[in-house]
Design a protein around this ligand. Structure first.
Ligand code: DC
Length: 445
């Protein structure tokens, strides 16, 4: 992977356990506005999952491999750091640093098939982001061996043992290092061309300064600017509503986004298509995103000047539900072409019981065909119970937003197979079908 302006910016930081590489990687990422990725968390997440399934790591590699084939990894991003989910469920730091996980992670990490799979996930993640600082054991030597920005942060065994102890974590790091360095598949080693920094006698900030010295700041600053520029496009009134709904969902229940990494946060121009079960659906989708998105709202809601003022700032686009005007459609198409994200409910009106209608409004097909942006199917579960139709006050309950895979209609559009209304209806139908296939995964608390 070459480090051109069009490629993601990758900084690889490797080193043994408790060498301080995580702290340093986090700080460097923050300084440059890049995403910090802890690759060890992925090995830990899978180890946690294997243990939870009662598999005996020592004797049953076949069961581990079977489990691997049935596992999906969801690498997301929150506040500039990577998050990791397994089969749609995000794992907490506490779960990832359980003693049982510490004790077994090296055994899992030495299985070549596990490495192959996780390396592929790490590469996919790196390619999706405009820039990452990824730390681990083999980032510079294997995962992103082509990046010119490689570091190896080391520290003496005594210092590392002390650092772990100071963190209050029970972790046999020396034993783990022995296993990580002696394994056959991608052992821990200094990557060719890596800058080695011995942090034994240095503070974290001194190590960060040393790392920064070796980075061509101009291009990194450009990379950072890319993310910062994309970070927020949110006015104050939107922010107030956004924060209020975040508070409500925290207070009234438990709101979770399943497959958060598929939200396409960094995508310019995205039509989000959701089922419609409650009038809180727009914010249920909106608060999943870090940035402001656009919504449709019934035209009559804008009648009062104050409401008009607020809704406009909430990025709502007035639409006549019975007969959408060409002007509203044109506005949405222009917004999408301009790189914005818009959420739309293709069923038109709310469903009383959460059951998805088969028929979708053809309008969404028209928007897709004119704007040519991808469509992200999402499905809301539970909002109809938290805020039932006809009720003004919510009751406590679970709300889940399940995110599907983005749909690309380029092929259908370019084939010329269908035209006009038939084309719009076909697109709408495919979107509705895709929404209907999204299921709620089983959850473990
Ligand atoms: O960085 P950490 O201590 O959280 O990593 C946990 C384990 O995962 C570590 O003992 C070895 C393994 N690992 C790996 O093999 N390759 C990586 N890139 C990152 C971690």
């Amino acid at each position: 992977m070459s480090d051109t302006a069009a490629s993601p910016l990758i900084i690889a930081i490797d080193g043994p356990a408790a060498s301080g590489k995580s702290t340093v990687a986090k700080k460097v990422a923050k300084k440059l506005g890049l995403v910090f990725v802890n690759s060890g968390a992925m090995y830990r997440a899978f180890t946690h999952h294997v243990l939870e399934n009662g598999i005996d790591l020592a004797t049953d590699v076949d069961a581990v491999l079977k489990c691997l084939s049935e596992t999906t990894f969801d690498c997301g991003q929150e506040d500039g750091a990577s998050t990791i989910g397994v089969n749609g469920i995000e794992l907490s730091d506490a779960q990832l640093s359980l003693t049982a996980v510490n004790d077994n992670v090296s055994a899992i990490a030495k299985i070549p098939e596990v490495r192959e799979r996780l390396v592929a996930e790490q590469r996919k993640y790196g390619a999706r982001m405009p820039g990452v600082v990824m730390e681990g054991r083999d980032i510079g030597s294997v995962v992103f061996h082509e990046t010119p920005h490689k570091f190896y942060v080391d520290a003496s065994p005594e210092v590392r043992a002390q650092r772990r102890k100071a963190q209050g974590i029970e972790d046999e790091i020396l034993e783990r290092d022995k296993q990580d360095s002696s394994r056959k598949a991608a052992p821990l080693k200094v990557a060719e061309g890596a800058v080695v920094v011995d942090s034994s006698e240095m503070t974290a900030d001194e190590v960060v300064a040393e790392v920064m010295k070796h980075l061509p700041t101009k291009s990194w600053a450009e990379g950072a600017a890319l993310i910062v520029k994309k970070k927020r496009d949110m006015n104050f009134v939107y922010w107030l509503g956004y924060t209020f709904f975040k508070f409500l969902t925290w207070f009234y229940g438990d709101y979770k986004v399943i497959n958060r990494e598929k939200l396409c946060e960094d995508k310019d121009g995205l039509l989000i298509a959701s089922n419609h079960v409650s009038f809180v659906d727009p914010p249920v989708v909106g608060i999943a995103y870090r940035d402001a998105i656009y919504y449709f709202a019934r035209k009559t809601l804008f009648d009062h000047p104050v409401a008009n003022w607020v809704f406009t700032r909430w990025r709502a686009i007035p639409v006549n539900q019975d007969k959408p005007e060409i002007s509203s459609l044109k506005r949405v198409i222009a917004l999408l072409k301009g790189g914005k994200k818009v959420v739309l409910f293709p069923e038109g009106e709310r469903s009383w019981d959460g059951v998805i209608k088969e028929k979708a409004e053809a309008g969404i097909g028209m928007i897709v065909s004119k704007s040519r942006v991808p469509v992200l199917p999402v499905r809301i579960f539970g909002a109809e119970k938290v805020l039932p139709r006809g009720k003004n006050w919510p009751v406590k309950g679970k709300i889940r937003l399940v995110v599907g895979d983005a749909m690309d209609f380029t092929e259908l559009l370019e084939s010329g197979e269908l035209k006009g209304k038939a084309l719009y209806e076909e697109i709408s139908l495919r979107i509705m079908r895709e929404i209907a296939t999204l299921e709620l995964p089983a959850e473990t608390e």
